[in-house]
Design a protein around this ligand. Sequence first.
Ligand code: GAP
Length: 527
Amino acid sequence: MEKLVSLCKRRGFIFQSSEIYGGLNGFWDYGPLGVELKNNLRDLWWESMVRNPPPGPDGDELQIVGLDCSIISHPRVWEASGHVGGFNDPMQTCRQCKKLFRADHVWEGLQESEWVKALRTEFPGVTADFLRPRLPDVIRWFESRGKKLAKGLAIVRNPTALKPRVEAEVAKRTEPRLADFLTLIGTEPGQRAQLPCPECGGDLTEPRQFNLMFETYVGAVRTEDDKAYLRPETAQGMFYNFKNVLDSTRVKIPFGICQVGRSFRNEVTPRNYIFRSREFEQMELEFFVHPSEADKWYQYWRETRYQWWCDLGLAGKNLRLRDHDQDELAHYAKDSGGCCDVEYAFPFAGEKGFTELEGIAYRSNYDLTQHGKVSGVNLDYFDQEKNERYVPHVIEPAAGLTRGLLAVLCEAYTVDESRPSPELMRFHPRLAPIKCGVFPLVNKEGMPEIAEQLYRDIRKQVGPAQYDAKQSIGKRYARMDEAGTPFCVTVDGQTVDEQTVTVRDRDTGNQIRIAIAQVIDYLKERV
Ligand code: GAP
């Protein structure tokens, strides 16, 4: 991840937001290459969901329309959706260093924590039985190095009380695990046993519920009545516009509404680069169906969405589809067909190896029923042909655009030491921010003129291109490899005589010679 993050900054994919002011945790800016890559991913999704969706499970054309809703909506939307009452994460504060943690992320945080890493490096196998004979050394470590790295830890603050207790407990335990050991050295006598703070080892408060929605005020007065929220998901706009879409278009059930846009969550612990940020982008579909057909459509979207990510080049050992366990199911999916996630093997995925990229949920008729109740507007659907009235059920494939971008970046990042410049980004040509680099071999003998004309033609007819006449040809190829440009066209001495150029393939490094007149078709076919 460190190498990828560094390449992304160096090449202008992603910058920390307001970096010159020290940055703002959980907020990111997309640079010149990043914005192109993100827009390409977004456009591919829109194309394959709204403009040209695949055929449905029975081979029928799908009806899917788009929306672009405001980020701030009536606050009652979020009462109806359950976000005001229930969009909470349990949060713990460290009594010593005052840092905040999501209660369910403390263990993950400890595994990445400086002081735990140092402890494990010095005492590998600190989890195992071998701890017993080395316990005196481990305790001494807390009196020296640990004192500096984890000054909040109970055993550091209160060694007189903790040392005999830890010795006694370690002697008793038959299968000591790291979590048990950390709990042991992090809990003062008489306190409830719990994991210590990943930052300083201090003790954490009881978990408190923390609502993740960003609040703001609409208008000049700032009373409770003027309070509004930045949307935490794009989904609700599609539910409260259900009737508008029905009344203004000719769609009939089954049909879908799509939206791409920004969402905001005041995450307790934004982390892992753009994976969990406080401002991010989602690509969501709400697909409305007759209750009796919900299972069929759930299966359909489950497979279709998984395949979509495969087709982008994420297929193989890094991608999987995982059904939620019963205890993971969201409140609206408890009594229905279920939920699954398309998961990607992000490098920071930890013990599980994979983590969520997109969720596909069968939401039953929860949202339309809630908005019907709270707004007082009837959101039933009337099927004229069958003379049947019902509240449609919903299948929701909800993907992260920015999280998807991170998966694409991770998948593309390649180090090949056999190449003159080992780092390259192997983007699918359709996603690549720059489609073609165009170089005159030297800046004379008619080469720049031909290259400039070719560059203009490629930009107009194929897509973004980059003209580069500076430094050696090897350095120019390397720059394009890091930007993930799939093709480079070089105008050389032979071009002037024969009207041919070389085209270099990013992934193989191989070059072929083709006629200038063929370049546009060659690139179009591959992009
Ligand atoms: N409408 C359902 C919904 O929003 P979700 O699982 O909370 O479901 C859907 O979010 C997708 O949005 C996730 O799979 C993830 O890709 C993305 N996402 C959610 N929270 C995010 C965050 N804090 N930062 C980046 N992406 C996020």
